[in-house]
Design a protein around this ligand. Structure first.
Ligand code: ATP
Ligand code: MG
Length: 667
């Protein structure tokens, strides 16, 4: 095999690249080379003259992904001719061209729904200030969901009821707001982003000339991350395609993470039903990650299923076992990660190959501050720009108003009032306002006086320096789990693995929890060589310091790490080997996740009380041994590898006590 476009592909990838059958869906797990197959397919089929790259339309979910696709195609010899972009960007370009051709102005694009919704909510007697801004965001999210599912205000109540969905406002109010929002938009000749998709799809259906022009231009359609396509986007793909079969999609149902926004993974899993005669190809390897990382990430998915996942080939050489670190506080976590990032860089990894991932945007603030202090260059991807966010601006407005209304009141009391206001909102929704309040307290502490609004504004600018405008050059990526989709890094820190964040507090249906589980799988599967996981026992939320519990998936990953064949491969002394074998023989069972969680909790509490690192008591591997072998006596404890004599002397009884409270289950 000497064809340069096929030589770096395995058999099934090659089949997917060269297959003549269309429509074609390529279904496979993270790191299996789906995106690589997509680019190679475009390049190979172009070179073989099966397709003309000038007539290719490649759809992605982010601008960055589109940019990367074009760069990769450039390297494969398909220069500058393929059209690649997000659904929104392509729809906008086509609609704009149509308006221009017809000598009509393009309606104004409404970049944020909350601009329209916040005043509407206020007029309807809803909350104002920060709380109002957050409520408007929730309503905006709900409208986005409805529009992604092609559900207008008329059918909205029926569909919501049938779906068992809980709208952010009472159903009749929500429906009315949705209707008024759509009417206002129409009257003011505004379009939101969802309208672009729907309008483009509808226009293709009704305007023959436009349809013919677009179908002439785009003859070969490719979609990456097809599991996250919404019904509105599917309608658009179908409108572009017409009755031609020339569609190739790639995706992974286990990475479907936009159901909350109306996406429908069933489009991928039911591809043959939607496109009769379609061919489905599966890939079976993970080329991205070391086996230890693949195991840990897959354990998260497997935990939710009754059967094990299909086997996966992992050609990467052995790496390190993932680590799990319990921090005392979220500040400690940010500082600890900053130190570890710096150490990784010092040992030769470029900053851009390192990434820190978290569940919610607001978590970035702590890392930004810690990274600035440790002089680690970082870049916040996506919806960053903390001070630009609607609810943060609204909260600052509210503060300004209350300072004006009661100039005599100390700034910190005004902060406390603001904190009271947001307590009503669900965790994860009030995140940015809470982060702002927290920064306010930091400022008051730093200044050592009661503070002032102007002083706070100056402090904010200093604390978040570097956030405005992406830094160019070499820097660490800070990004949410969602934003990390499709990307890969040598070393990844997956942080904030706590109940309330992972899964997010408002995920309360089984479907929502399953989406949170897949989201964690997406996060963990970004790492190539090294994966670090962490959580904090205390997190400051608004004015409250909240005690935290580890995410239920911490124990699952912990178990996977302890069970990993690599866990026993490290050089050990023969006595330890013997003890290990003995403890394995004694139990033969898997560790009880509840016991693992209890041990982690206990170790963390003790370490906190003594102001030492939990690892001084025992490390994660030892914790795994403890949980599996369930020693019942002090002598048995002494056989657990890695448990020091001192730990046994001081805490042996407590450990045995804990074991006693978690008796072995008979399966
Ligand atoms: P995700 O689901 O996370 O988007 P993916 O399936 O799109 O993953 P890619 O990003 O295409 O996977 O590939 C993962 C990594 O593996 C990339 O670095 C890619 O270059 C590499 N890779 C893919 N196929 C091969 C192969 N046959 N040989 C060597 N490396 C490969
Ligand atoms: Mg990909």
């Amino acid at each position: 095999m000497t064809d340069p476009l096929l030589v770096r592909l395995d058999g099934s990838q090659r089949q997917a690249v060269t297959a003549a059958e269309l429509p074609l869906a390529i279904l496979a797990g993270a790191g299996s080379g789906k995106t690589r197959v997509l680019t190679h397919r475009i390049a190979w089929q172009s070179r073989e003259d099966h397709i003309d790259p000038a007539h290719v339309l490649a759809l992605t979910f982010t601008r960055k992904a589109a940019g990367e696709l074009v760069t990769r195609l450039g390297r494969l010899g398909v220069r500058d001719r393929v059209t690649a972009g997000t659904f929104h960007a392509i729809a906008l370009a086509q609609l704009r061209a149509r308006q221009r051709d017809r000598g009509r102005p393009m309606p104004t694009l409404l970049d944020r729904k909350v601009r329209l919704l916040a005043p509407m909510l206020r007029e309807a007697g809803g909350p104002s200030g920060a709380e109002g801004a957050v409520a408007a965001m929730e309503v905006a999210g709900e409208i986005e969901w409805a529009k992604a599912r092609l559900v207008g205000p008329d059918s909205y109540p029926v569909v919501v009821t049938a779906a068992g969905r809980e709208p952010p406002l009472p159903l009749s109010e929500m429906t009315e707001l949705y209707r008024v929002y759509e009417e206002t938009k129409r009257k003011r000749r505004l379009l939101d982003f969802d309208d672009l998709i729907i309008w483009c799809g509808n226009t293709l259906a009704t305007d023959g000339e436009f349809r013919d022009a677009q179908r002439w231009r785009f003859r070969h359609i490719f979609v990456d991350e097809f599991q996250d396509v919404s019904p509105a986007q599917l309608q658009l793909v179908k409108a572009w395609l017409g009755d031609r079969p020339d569609l190739c999609v790639v995706g992974d149902p286990d990475q479907a993470i936009y159901g909350f926004a109306g996406a429908e993974a069933g489009h991928l899993t039911g591809f043959s039903g939607l496109f009769p005669g379609a061919t489905v190809v599966r890939l079976d390897a993970n080329y991205r990650s070391a086996p230890q990382i693949v195991n840990a990430a897959r354990a998260v998915l497997e935990d939710g299923t009754r059967q094990p996942l299909p086997a996966v080939r992992v050609p990467q050489p052995e790496g390190q076992l993932p680590t799990i670190t319990t921090y005392e506080t979220d500040d400690e976590e940010a500082r600890g990660v900053a130190r570890a990032v710096r150490a990784a860089h010092d040992s030769g990894t470029p900053w851009t190959r390192l990434a820190v991932l978290y569940r919610t945007n607001a978590q970035s603030v702590g890392f930004e501050a810690a990274f600035a202090a440790a002089n680690v260059p970082c870049r916040v991807r996506g919806a960053g720009r903390f001070l630009e966010r609607a609810e943060v601006k609204a909260a600052l407005e509210a503060l300004r108003a209350s300072v004006k209304a009661a100039p005599g009141t100390a700034f910190k009391h005004q902060l406390a009032d603001l904190a009271e206001d947001v307590l009503e909102l669900a965790e994860g929704r009030r995140e940015h306002v809470e982060a702002l309040i927290r920064l306010g307290h930091e400022y008051v502490n730093a200044e050592g006086s009661s503070g002032s609004l102007d002083g706070f504004a100056a402090y904010l600018n200093a604390a978040l320096r570097g956030e405005d405008g992406p830094q160019t050059g070499d820097s660490v990526e800070l990004l949410t789990f969602h934003r990390a989709k499709g990307l890969e890094f040598e070393t990844v820190w997956v942080t904030g693995l706590e109940q309330g964040l992972v899964p997010i507090s408002f995920a309360d249906t089984p479907a929502q929890r399953a989406e949170e589980r897949r989201l964690l799988y997406v996060a963990c599967s970004r790492a190539e060589r090294t994966l670090h996981l962490s959580w904090a026992q205390e997190r400051t939320i608004g004015v409250r310091v909240a005690r935290r519990r580890p995410s239920p998936w911490v124990a699952v990953i912990h178990q996977a790490i302890s069970d990993d064949p690599g866990a026993n491969r490290a050089p050990v002394d023969p006595r330890e080997e013997l003890a290990k074998a003995r403890s394995r023989l004694q139990s033969g069972s898997r560790a009880d996740p509840a016991l693992v969680a209890a041990l982690i909790d206990w170790r963390g509490n003790l370490a906190r009380a003594h102001d030492i690192t939990p690892l001084l008591l025992f490390d994660d591997t030892t914790l795994g041994h403890l949980a599996r072998s369930r020693p019942a006596t002090l002598t048995a404890l002494a056989d657990v590898p890695g448990l020091s004599r001192l730990t046994i002397e001081r805490y042996g009884d407590a450990i045995l006590d804990l074991m006693g409270r978690h008796p072995a289950r008979t399966l």
